[in-house]
Each structure stands twice: as structure tokens, then as C-alpha cells.
Ligand binder design. Structure first.
Ligand code: 13P
Length: 269
């Protein structure tokens, strides 16, 4: 078995944990991480990245606490591609920079399905992030119907091709994370089987290598998301092409998020 280069754990809080809840989550997390030398060591040695994606209104809590917990990375769940303008309800890359964000989730299936986000919009957002020094966490994944039609590879290929149409190999090498999130596994308690998730993640890596070169394909972290829990994270992370996890529900509580972090440490050991 190939030894893991490192593991990227990302907690997507969706529309949970406003500023008050974010503050208490963070102080509890910092206290627990500081008392665990193994977690701190893995982070310092760049073998483990722990990131959170709170609602935009909770970002200032992360910004204010940055000196206290420099180990923690964070970002937003969405961003607009324009720098500013009359776009009611949107936030821009310069605003993310002001909040010292590291990442932005782009093209999450909830944005695609509930808010009509198209592949073209996803592509513009990816480019805006890269231009502004924010690493996009680009989400792709098929619906249940598409899986049953055996169209998973085709769907993922279309989503990746559109989103990365104007991106260069240099950008991919320096700044891209891809998250494979099968829509049918999100919030359902039904995660993809380890080997099925691995098959799609390997396909994603092959597509990236073909399009941007092998070095870029190998450099990209590919995450799996969809009902990741303390009980299944280890099996998923042991797959050769799964470099991390994008976690929804189980990232909302410090205890379950920490159990997931501990599962990742076992894989890194
Ligand atoms: P769950 O872990 O709650 O299934 O959510 C996954 C997800 O959508 C993360 O972005």
C-alpha cells in the first residue's frame, strides 16, 4: 500500500454554526488540539490539514482567532467571480482576502441543485479564486439517477472540463483541490463504498493528468465527501487516490470532528 503524502480534512458547516456557535466550537477545538501532541505534530509537519468552511457571517470569528490557532485553515462555501458590483447577497474574492481565507468551496451540489449554479458559473468562480490567491475546492459528483444510468465518469468529466477550461497546468499544480461528492451520499448516511469512491477519484486524477500533465495530476488533492463519519473515514482515506474528506454533518460537533481527525492520524501512522 502506498504511504499517504498527507491528509486534508475539510468541514463544510453549510448553514449551521453562526458566530456564537463558531466561537465556542473553536475554543473547544483549540483546547483539544493543543492537548494532543500527535495532531499538532502532524499539522506542523504538513502531513495533515484541518480546515473549516463556516457560513460567511462566522468568518470574522476565524479571522479574529487566527493568531491563537494558526494551525487552522478556513474558507467560504461559495464566492462570486466579480470583484464588486450590484450583486445582492453575494461575496467576492477581495472580501475573502480581507478575511484571510485560504480556500473557497466551489460548485457544491447544493449550490448547483438548489441555486441553479451552472458549470459555466463554476468555471468563472474557480478562475476568480485562483487569480486572487484563494485555493478552490472544486466539487463534482453524480446524482443517483446518473449513477444508475452508469454515467458517473461522464458527469464528472463534464463538470471538470467546464470548470477548468481556462485554468493552466501551473495553476492546477499550485492551487487546486477537487472534492468528489456523489449527490446521493450527501446527508443520507449512505456513503459510497471505499472501492467505488476510489474508482471515481482515480478517474478524476487520470483526467487531470491527461489534461494538465502527470505532475499536476499527482499534485492535486482529491477529497471524498458524502456521509463521512468517524466509523468510515479510515477505510476511505486508505484508498490510493483519496487524499482527504469533505465532511458535512459530522464536522458540526467538536467531538465527531476530532474522532475523524484521529481516524486520519491512524492512516498517516
Ligand atoms: P454530509 O457529510 O453531511 O453527508 O455532507 C457532505 C457534504 O455535502 C460536504 O460538503
Amino acid at each position: 500500500m502506498k504511504k499517504k503524502r498527507g491528509v486534508f480534512l475539510a468541514g463544510n458547516w453549510k448553514m449551521y454554526n453562526g458566530p456564537g456557535a463558531a466561537r465556542s466550537f473553536l475554543s473547544k477545538l483549540v483546547e483539544r488540539v493543543k492537548s494532543s501532541q500527535t495532531i499538532e505534530k502532524a499539522i506542523m509537519e504538513h502531513r495533515l490539514v484541518v480546515a473549516l468552511f463556516p457560513p460567511a457571517l462566522s468568518l470574522h470569528v476565524f479571522r479574529e482567532g487566527k493568531e491563537m490557532f494558526p494551525f487552522l485553515k478556513y474558507g467560504t462555501q461559495n464566492v462570486h467571480w466579480e470583484k464588486e458590483g450590484a450583486y445582492t447577497g453575494e461575496i467576492s474574492v477581495p472580501m475573502l482576502q480581507e478575511m484571510a481565507c485560504d480556500y473557497a468551496i466551489i460548485g457544491h451540489s447544493e449550490r448547483r441543485q438548489l441555486f441553479g449554479e451552472t458549470d459555466i458559473a463554476v468555471g468563472k468562480k474557480v478562475c476568480a479564486c485562483i487569480a486572487g490567491g484563494i485555493t478552490p475546492v472544486l466539487c463534482v459528483g453524480e446524482t443517483l439517477e446518473e449513477r444508475e444510468r452508469n454515467s458517473t465518469f461522464e458527469v464528472v468529466e463534464r463538470q471538470l472540463t467546464e470548470a477548468l477550461k481556462d485554468v493552466s497546468p501551473k495553476d492546477v499544480l499550485a492551487s487546486l483541490i477537487v472534492a468528489y461528492e456523489p449527490v446521493w451520499a450527501i446527508g443520507t448516511g449512505k456513503n459510497a463504498r471505499d472501492e467505488d469512491a476510489q474508482d471515481v477519484c482515480r478517474h478524476i486524477r487520470e483526467l487531470l493528468s491527461r489534461r494538465f500533465g502527470e505532475e499536476a495530476g499527482e499534485a492535486v488533492s482529491i477529497l471524498y465527501g458524502g456521509s463521512v463519519k468517524p466509523g468510515n473515514v479510515e477505510g476511505l482515506l486508505r484508498q490510493a487516490d483519496i487524499d482527504g474528506a469533505l465532511i458535512g454533518g459530522a464536522s458540526l460537533q467538536v467531538d465527531s470532528y476530532l474522532e475523524i481527525i484521529e481516524g486520519a492520524l491512524k492512516v498517516l501512522a
